[in-house]
Design a protein around this ligand. Structure first.
Ligand code: GUN
Ligand code: FE
Length: 426
């Protein structure tokens, strides 16, 4: 047993729940076979002799969880931000995604993306690829080698897209999905898992969604998509699905909205009362993507309300609607946007506190992956060691202050070591 057991020594910060942060200074976190055995002030007698990796004075947090990003869009991050969603898709996202028909391009682009994600504070992510099976496998192979735990989706889209980025019809899209699932099962990945990825309702015919629900039932895959992101998009969905009660109902009609499969929906900026109620009832996860919602002028999601009502909420970078994979930035944007919502839109819900943003980026999103996002006993051992000495200050700071500063100031330069399920990946 002791061969697979070690301890990290340092100052630990993790969430008990959305309101309460736990801080343990200069303590020992024990990892046994990839699972946390809890945090101790002194090394217990039964663990004497195990390797202790000393990070005294460094902050150690659970690995961050990115519930939503687009790997192929990493190439143009930080550019083309002056359009709203539907025009942005046509102008920036679709032409770029079409380039992944070429495997050489995919290999080159995804190599850069996966290396950057590996160096970031993220340990787990739900990732959109493109509709191309070969390029999706290239991405999954590269991600597998990083040691990050990811769910990756070959995207489905069979309508309302340019001909250069659209599957011929529902049957060819379903057949390509089956071929992809088959290729994945042949690879016996340890870290990389398939997730069904209908792009969003405007891109997917009813016939395709029926095929995907059959595939879901056969292979028991989770589901990721977009929901109620932008007013023009929502208006379009109403026209496309006149019989749906609300946007999410159009997914739920086909068993692709939480009740039948673990499901994460990105954005949920304009979810109606009925939609919020259904998400709660069905256990749908919200991937809150605040920076993307700013860049594409989408709006400000009522995340404080979602948290208070007990919905499952995590954070998404939504690269390249969001400019960076650095989830500390997403935490800061979530807090800052919630202040604007409180000031300008709705005084009923106060702004998010740093504890809540930290919770969403760790334990909140982590539960989509199982017992993930905390250092409590029994959780998978995902840990990020942060050295904040680059950000010098003459002030004495509390641990809480140091953690808050990470939210606003940290990036991959602060990441000194990273463990995923007990494996050191950097
Ligand atoms: N809705 C459908 N596709 C996309 C996408 O690529 N990015 C975002 N932000 N929203 C979408
Ligand atoms: Fe997205």
């Amino acid at each position: 047993m002791l061969n697979n057991t070690f301890a990290l020594k340092g100052t630990f910060c993790y969430s008990k729940d959305s309101q309460n942060l736990i801080i343990r200074e200069n303590a020992y976190l024990i990892c046994n076979n990839g699972i946390s055995e809890g945090i101790y002030e002194e090394l217990p007698a039964c663990f004497q002799g195990i390797q202790v990796i000393d990070h005294t004075n460094r902050l150690i947090i659970p690995g961050l969880i990115d519930l939503h990003l687009h790997a192929p869009q990493y190439t143009f991050r930080g550019t083309g931000m002056d359009l709203e969603l539907l025009d942005w898709l046509n102008t920036s996202a679709f032409p770029e995604e079409a380039r992944y028909a070429e495997s050489d391009y995919a290999q080159k682009a995804y190599q850069i993306f996966t290396e950057d994600l590996k160096q970031s504070p993220t340990t787990r992510a739900c990732i959109f690829a493109t509709l191309h099976t070969d390029a999706t496998m290239i991405l999954m192979n590269l991600l597998e080698d990083t040691g990050l735990k990811t769910m990756v989706g070959k995207v489905n889209m069979d309508r309302n897209a340019p001909s250069y980025l659209m599957e011929q019809n529902a049957s060819t899209s379903a057949a390509a999905t089956r071929q992809w699932i088959d290729a994945v099962s042949g690879r016996h990945y340890q870290n990389t898992f398939p997730i069904l990825t209908p792009r969003f309702i405007p891109s997917c015919s009813d016939e395709l969604l029926i095929f995907l629900s059959e595939i879901q039932q056969e292979f028991h895959l989770p589901v990721q998509s977009h929901l109620s992101e932008n007013p023009g998009e929502i208006h379009w969905v109403k026209e496309l699905c006149p019989d749906s009660l609300f946007y999410g109902d159009a997914y739920d009609h086909f068993g692709l909205f939480g009740a039948d499969a673990p499901t994460v929906m990105a954005h949920c900026v304009y979810s109606t009362e009925e939609e919020i109620h259904r998400m709660k009832e069905n256990g749908v996860y919200v991937a809150h993507c605040p920076e993307s919602n700013e860049n594409l002028s989408s709006g400000i999601a009522p995340v404080k309300r979602y948290l208070e009502e007990g919905l499952s909420v995590g954070l998404g970078s939504d690269v390249a609607g969001g400019s960076t994979e650095n989830l500390f930035r997403a935490m800061a944007h979530a807090i800052q946007m919630s202040k604007m919502r409180w000031r300008l839109v709705d005084q009923k819900y106060p702004a998010l506190k740093s504890e809540e943003a930290f919770y969403m980026a760790t334990k909140g999103g982590g539960s989509f992956f199982g017992k993930v996002g905390s250092f409590e006993e029994g959780y998978e051992f995902d840990a990020v060691v942060l050295d904040d000495s680059r950000l010098e200050s003459s002030r004495q700071m509390s641990v809480k202050d140091r953690l808050e500063r990470m939210i606003y100031l940290a990036d991959e330069r602060e990441v000194k070591a990273k463990y995923v399920r007990g494996n050191k990946i950097i």
